[in-house]
Design a protein around this ligand. Structure first.
Ligand SMILES: Cc1cc2nc3c(=O)[nH]c(=O)nc-3n(C[C@H](O)[C@H](O)[C@H](O)COP(=O)(O)O)c2cc1C
Length: 229
């Protein structure tokens, strides 16, 4: 049995192909979860929609609370960290994190960045000890075989490896880096391009991305069967 965490972060609430002006990343993430569930209905899925309900961004109170040792936290600090705790508990309890992350101004949307800033927390998802010889930081989720699936979409084209805009793409690398930092270092990416062109190219890109999602679901389910054998 696997535990899936499904996250959406598009500001568009509907799905493309189903709702007018709907989101491509919501379409891909829903497809991943539906196809997975069709083949493995016993698996638990937890859903978090940061596009509709964004985590509160990190502020001075959050930093003060997070860097106060747990046993010395006052009530307001515990309260300020409650949302971060819920975000972390969900990630700790999941095997596969399926995240819809559109490109907004070359990076992830602010609501997904707020999610990451609440997830990456000293003492809960990464450790820090300045007296530790060599490397003072360590990933607290390492060795758990958790996997991240990034489902992204952009209006222009050529942001992939070797593409004309590759250097302007700060979505996948920034998301992967943050997850690797806490120990989730197995990741997969599927992208849609050409959204702004609204022609046959976006249609072809969607079809290719959907086929990639389907193959990825098959691949991850097959891996699970192999690991269980
Ligand atoms: C605020 C905003 C910023 C965007 N910035 C970019 C960008 O930097 N590069 C790009 O190619 N497309 C950009 N787009 C287009 C989106 O990446 C594209 O519409 C994508 O499909 C959005 O994901 P969604 O379909 O899941 O909502 C932007 C769209 C919005 C709303």
């Amino acid at each position: 049995m696997s535990r899936l965490l499904h996250i959406d972060s598009s500001a568009r609430s509907g799905q493309s192909g189903r709702d007018p002006h709907g989101s491509h990343t919501r379409r891909l993430s829903a497809r991943f979860i539906e196809r997975w569930h069709a083949q493995s209905p016993q698996d638990a899925v937890v859903y978090r929609d940061v596009g509709v309900s964004a985590p509160k961004p990190v502020d001075g109170e959050w930093v003060h609370a997070a860097f106060t040792p747990a046993e010395r936290r006052r009530d307001w600090m515990v309260e300020r960290l409650a949302e971060s705790d819920a975000i972390i508990d969900e990630a700790l309890a999941s095997d596969i994190i399926v995240a819809g992350v559109p490109m907004y101004n070359f990076g992830p949307p602010a609501q997904f960045k707020a999610y990451i800033d609440n997830l990456v927390r000293v003492g809960r998802t990464f450790g820090f000890d300045r007296s530790r010889p060599g490397e003072p930081y360590w990933p607290m989720l390492a060795g758990q075989e958790k996997q991240l699936v990034i489902l992204t979409s952009r209006g222009d084209y050529g942001y992939g490896p070797g593409g004309r805009l590759e250097e302007r793409n700060h979505v996948e690398n920034s998301v992967r880096t943050a997850f690797e930092y806490i120990g989730i270092d197995i990741s997969h990416v599927v992208a849609i391009e050409y959204d702004e062109f609204a022609d046959h190219r976006v249609a072809a890109s969607i079809a290719a991305a959907e086929a990639q999602v389907d193959r990825l679901v098959e691949q991850l389910l097959a891996e699970r069967v192999r690991q269980a054998a």
